[in-house]
Design a protein. Sequence first.
Length: 94
Amino acid sequence: MIVCVCHRVSDRDIEREVRLGCDSFEELQEELRCGTGCGRCLEFAQDTFDIARACRTTVAEVREAREAHGARVFPIVPVVRSTPADPAPAQLAA
């Protein structure tokens, strides 16, 4: 959903910035410029940012939770998705 019409910023854009480590709303505004145009979205953009920050879980928090429950801690491996330029799996097998 579009949060800031002036700068075409969506809720997903805000969530992505938070996942990438954005720690303050001011930093978010520097990156995406949301709330810096007409200002109508300011409250909604701030709420969206606050919710995304509250939902963000760090790697350290995941490890602590696993260790607290006696679970084995496995390394976090990034998921690599293929792009259209990558050969199809059938082409690799041939």
